[in-house]
Ligand binder design. Structure first.
Ligand SMILES: *Cc1c(COP(=O)(O)O)cnc(C)c1O
Length: 463
């Protein structure tokens, strides 16, 4: 399998180069040159086996099938449920797909547990070492750290804003006791942390000396790993071409729902997707009104969806443009200048209307929905998941007569305050994290200053 850039001006690469590069050198995102079909999964007996089979065409010719099967099996052994991503029924035709049984209790573990292992394997093959740097306001940092904490060829440095993360989120990063994991509390905001990371990448000499790398949500390997659970969920539900499933996806960067769309393109029996937004509703406005106008980000109860520009949308746009990279690059440039993007009515009719519906859920709606689901099914859901189940109701999708699955993207105990406000009950952390808040922390307070942070990175990685 070869990979092409969504902006059409970067070299075609194979899977391993795409994995390590992240972004293409024309600023675009890598996409497989063609979509394979789903394999026959009749004899598959575990999630890890299904994962290896579904993803096989994407790594073919680059990673040996036995090695890839072992990496999948190791990655999904870290999940605390035998089904890895289990279905739970919450209504007559409604289900949750629980994606939070991994080490850090959020859906990003599904991809990052595999991506960390892929990095380590490919780097060992090539005799290379990288330093992953990233900024986090919460979920991504801990999932990335956990994904690479046992890697021999990766150091990771995660910047977070000092005093501005929740206790659970910070402790999930700072209590990991591995020599290759370094956390930095920056005396500044999340935006300051992001600016520092960008500045480190823009300092070419530093970037090359430290072999900087990233595992952000535009990395193709993350999108690829997320295709699998759409396939296993439709199989478990017995979905067929005449009895298809709808998925409701709490959406931020458009990564999770894009993976679903790819599974549908590969042949999974999926009727359509509900894109659930919080008050940051740029995607809902686009899908319902062909209006993609960027506004300021407002903080909500579902912080991992507080995003203004959904970076993975570029991949769908590339498809909508008939895979014309030049046209996609031009459109994105106009978007950057004007802050607004519309597409042709026939593109909406061909690509968007048949596959996507969308709804926005504000904070009051989130709290009401957590209460409603608890009262009607006894299940606790987190504020991100609540946007998904509330969107199902506001669109009436639970009355469609086929299964509707909402992706439960985070464990309710990660957001205990919102759950308490809605239900009067504070959900507890699962047993393996019950003592999290008492574990010793290792972190480093560093000034909001590029030179200071670079000095820290150089010393940390030299060890
Ligand atoms: C990252 C995240 C999302 C959003 O997923 P995207 O792939 O960015 O659309 C939703 N919920 C939770 C809990 C997350 O961590």
């Amino acid at each position: 399998m070869r990979y092409v850039s969504t902006r059409g001006a970067a070299p075609e690469l194979g899977f391993c180069d795409v994995l390590l590069a992240g972004l293409a050198n024309d600023g675009g995102l890598y996409m497989p040159a063609e979509w394979p079909s789903l394999p026959d999964l009749t004899h598959v007996t575990s999630y890890a086996e299904a994962a290896a089979a579904v993803m096989a065409p994407f790594v073919a010719g680059e990673i040996d099938a036995d090695v890839f099967a072992r990496l999948c099996s190791d990655a999904y052994a870290t999940f605390r449920h035998d089904a890895v991503v289990p279905l739970v029924q919450i209504g007559a035709n409604e289900w949750l797909l629980e994606q939070f049984h991994g080490p850090t209790l959020a859906f990003k573990d599904v991809a990052l547990q595999l991506v960390g292992r892929l990095f380590d394997y490919v780097l060992a093959q090539r005799g290379q070492r990288v330093t992953i740097v990233g900024a986090t306001s919460g979920d991504t940092g801990s999932a990335a750290i956990d994904g690479v904490k046992n890697c021999s060829n990766v150091d990771i440095v995660i910047l977070y804003p000092h005093g501005r993360t929740s206790d659970v989120q910070r402790k999930q990063m700072t209590t990991v006791d591995s020599p290759n994991v370094h956390t930095v509390a920056v005396e500044g905001t999340f935006d300051d942390c992001q600016d520092l990371v960008k500045a480190m990448f823009n300092d070419t000499a530093f970037r090359d000396r430290m072999n900087l790398s990233a595992v952000n949500s535009i990395n193709w390997a993350r999108v690829m790993a997320q295709i699998v659970y759409y396939v296993t969920a439709t199989r478990s539900l017995g979905a067929t071409a005449t009895n298809q499933t709808t998925f409701s996806v709490p959406t931020g960067n458009f990564g999770n729902v894009l993976s679903g769309w790819i599974s549908r393109t590969m042949g999974a029996p999926i009727a359509n997707f509900i894109v659930a937004s919080n008050s940051n509703d740029i995607l809902t406005r686009f899908i319902n009104d062909n209006d993609m106008t960027a506004r300021d980000v407002v903080p909500t109860l579902s912080p991992s969806m507080d995003i203004q520009v959904s970076s993975n949308f570029e991949r769908l746009l590339f498809e909508m443009n008939g895979r014309d990279g030049g046209m996609t690059a031009e459109q994105l440039q106009r978007f950057r200048h004007s802050g607004s993007l519309t597409v042709e009515p026939d593109q909406m009719a061909t690509w968007i209307s048949p596959a996507f519906r969308a709804a926005k859920v504000d904070d009051a709606g989130i709290v009401d929905e957590i209460r409603r689901v608890y009262e009607s099914s006894g299940q606790f859901i987190d504020p991100h998941t609540a946007t998904g189940t509330a969107a199902v109701r506001s669109l009436g999708a639970h009355l469609d007569g086929h299964a509707v699955v909402t992706l439960a993207t985070a464990h309710p105990a990660k957001f205990p305050d919102a759950v308490y406000a809605a239900t009067g009950v504070r959900p507890s952390l699962p047993p393996h994290l019950a003592d999290l808040l008492d574990r010793p922390e290792r972190t480093n307070l560093v000034a909001n200053d590029l030179a200071a942070v670079q000095t820290f990175v150089e010393r940390a990685v030299a060890r």
